[in-house]
Ligand binder design. Sequence first.
Ligand SMILES: Cc1cc2nc3c(=O)[nH]c(=O)nc-3n(C[C@H](O)[C@H](O)[C@H](O)COP(=O)(O)OP(=O)(O)OC[C@H]3O[C@@H](n4cnc5c(N)ncnc54)[C@H](O)[C@@H]3O)c2cc1C
Length: 430
Amino acid sequence: MNKFQSFGWEINPNLSDSKTSFPSLNKDIKTDWLIIGGGLTGLSALNQLKKQNVSDTITMVDASKIGQGSSSRNSGFLVDSTLNNGATTISSIREYKEKYALNLAGISELKAIVDENRINCDWSANGKYHAAANKSEFFKLKKFYNLLMKIGISCEEFHQDELSNLLGTNFYKYAVKTNGGILLNPQKLCLRLVPKICKGIDVYENTKIEKFDIDQGTSAYTNEGFKIQAKKIIVAINSWMPELKIKQDSSMPLILTSSITRPLTLKERLVLGNPKPWGVLSAKPTGATLRYTNDYRIMIRNTSEPHFEHNFNYKKCIEKHKKGLLRRFPQFPDIDIENSWSGFISVSRNGKPVFGNLDEKIFFAGAYNGGGLGLSVLFGAAMIDSALKIKNSRLNLVASFPQANRLPPFPKIAALLRLKLDQIFGSNEY
Ligand SMILES: Cc1cc2nc3c(=O)[nH]c(=O)nc-3n(C[C@H](O)[C@H](O)[C@H](O)COP(=O)(O)OP(=O)(O)OC[C@H]3O[C@@H](n4cnc5c(N)ncnc54)[C@H](O)[C@@H]3O)c2cc1C
């Protein structure tokens, strides 16, 4: 498992007081509950467990830093409707409505945590644009628009001139805006949530679980050789499930890399026409994601690649970000990039997640296919419902949702080919 040092959206020193840190585990321990992974899935599971007022002991461990994985490195789109649902396309209205309902449940689960803990994470109900620069992508957007209209999901169409006014770039020629999505700052969310949710709990960072033993009592073993004996284990490691041999034929990690500029000056903002904050997702599954943030920064993510050991070229990704920015904002040929970072998503062949348990002792969830900001919180809580046998609509919704199917043979090669082809035939969208 790679650890990327660059820390994501915020280099604002005002947030440094909330960078909580925890020790690493240096002895064998016993606990009632062990939560592995301190991203939003794990934090939501922990939050749910605390809400049940169980008197059990709870321990959380993370291979790296709590809350500083993909959960704080994502692009901050809390989506209701999706155009590119992982590896698949929209195949039926029924299936689409199921996914929409799941996403809405994810949004309300995250909203509840944000409100209960009074987290300021720049939560903005601004909606999102699904946009294309290339005519060959328009049919997909048109189909999406018709589908949303048919189902009754609020959306609008925009063409180049209108988009130029709304976004400050005339790069995009056609877009469908859905009004239901939320935009937020994921790093503010996680940095501020961690100290509140982890309060009073035994938490260990830089403590990687390398294997389980389910036959002789339920135990997990760390990379330092320490044993954690637990009655129940919650596995919340998303992209890394295959490393722990959980549904290893169902999902694989992809690396996404993003960059963010410094805040634009007032003069620069006026050059753009002083647009309101916005978020754009590409009509092309592997195309660029962009945000114009509340504090006037531009974020771009236009690279994704399978995770092969030792071949990751961070500098090349940043060059692609610069080119992507220049294509959209030729007015600013030398705009400073303030920070860049990478993170992992977990993808499955059919774009569906993974949720289940081993012998009612080890519970797992993940493979959110690039859309896990809300789903992680929903699935994290549902793991606790499942482990405590609490029957509710949340568990029903999650447990009855279709699951990830088997990956094709040589999945990384297949993914690499797919991404390369997308880049060759859709280079305008990067
Ligand atoms: C660049 C980028 C952009 C994205 N944009 C969006 C977006 O706009 N909207 C959206 O909905 N989703 C987006 N995503 C996806 C979203 O961030 C994830 O789906 C979500 O954060 C998953 O949360 P998680 O808690 O399951 O995983 P993570 O946040 O990755 O947390 C898992 C934790 O498990 C730990 N871990 C791993 N293995 C072990 C082990 N063996 N032992 C102990 N700990 C371990 C890791 O260190 C990590 O802290 C994006 C992801 C990336 C990388």
